[in-house]
Design a protein around this ligand. Sequence first.
Ligand code: SAH
Ligand code: F3S
Length: 433
Amino acid sequence: MSKKLYIETLGCAMNVRDSEHMIAELNEKENYILTDDSKEADLIIINTCSVREKPVHKLFSELGAFNKIKKDGAKIGVCGCSASHLGHDIIKRAPYVNFVLGARNVSKIGEVVNKDKAVEIDIDYDESSFAFKDFRSSAHKAYINISIGCDKKCTFCIVPQTRGEEISIPAELVLQECQKAVDSGAKEVFLLGQNVNNYGRRFTHTSEKINFTKLLQRISQIPKLKRIRFTSPHPFHMDDEFLEEFASNPKICKSMHMPLQSGSNDILKKMKRGYTKEWFLNRVFKLKQMIPDVSISTDIIVAFPGESDEDFEHTLDVMRQVEFDQIFSFKYSARPLTEAAEFTDVVDEEVASARLTTLQDLHNQILDKNVNKLKERIYDVYFEELRADGYIAGRSDNNHLVKVKGGEELLGRFAPVKITSPSRLSCVGELVF
Ligand code: SAH
Ligand code: F3S
């Protein structure tokens, strides 16, 4: 008899992949199958994120709610980054939790699931299987880890403490995974790491040490693979060789995530980001000059300790100069185990909120100004998702979300689409024959 697993995934794409891996392990070893109803589950897992404080607070109220509605005898597990940094405290605060499994330890899910009160959070743990177990949430796109952990020391960031030191996964294994995904029907691979373009830094074992540019070249040689995406690259490692490969390789999708964090050189230094405003803009303009239609997204933190009005004005200046297609913006949140948590020049909460609003308003103005340029453009769209309203949605190479009237016949296929009605978040179009 199979058992039922309900899994909630918070946070980044790496967590999405870790959840897929755990689903596959639990299915293979313990005969669990997925359910989307937590009330009928025999096992409830929350795969958590810890980069900001709010979701961590929410974790305990959510656990309490699951404990109330779960069926008799059902287990609850907490996995991911909050599991790594809170460890035993989770079971102290929520004694009904059955096990705690850190982000670096997801391959041990088959071991801990039957041990009561197991806590596995060792960040030195060598992930020998690199979360490669076969389960994919999408038949069309495959998330594939190329590195785990992070060696940078950005002063605001808890990730190096939860995911451990950076290890590059040997290229032969990554290539094997990409080939497997293509053989099972995916036409797109999404390469994952906290710092993908630092690939090559430290291998566990490998016959050959190659960098990210070479890895992209190798992957793009896989016949039948049509698209390569990746996240997150770091602006510091965006050298000419990498940008030129990005621009000239037709299989690499022309959408780049460039996490700016701040436009002020003083703040970037305090964050230990390793680049300046000038370097960041130089990289953006090189990209835009090589690929006029490139889309660029970013992450921005407002109100980092010590951020003055003038510092913030530099961030707005970069926003105006770059005109990002998408931003993920956050108020700074002090995190335990980070250097910045000790900084005392904290910015007032009201100022922080006002800056976030100013930033997001500016971004909306930029999008409103640019969105109409998409009208009448023709994009090759890879259709991935059937919608209930008679539409089918997919993405252009440069990551615009596009939907057209249509059904299953388009699923997993590419087709040219003319945009008829663009909007900030998604565009409606029609097929061009
Ligand atoms: N390696 C990833 C970063 C992961 S964290 C990358 O370079 O994109 C994802 C984003 O969360 C960061 O880019 C940052 O903008 C945000 N973030 C991280 N720590 C934060 C903190 N303490 N407060 C607010 N935002 C934070
Ligand atoms: Fe965090 Fe900086 Fe690494 S944002 S994940 S320490 S590159």
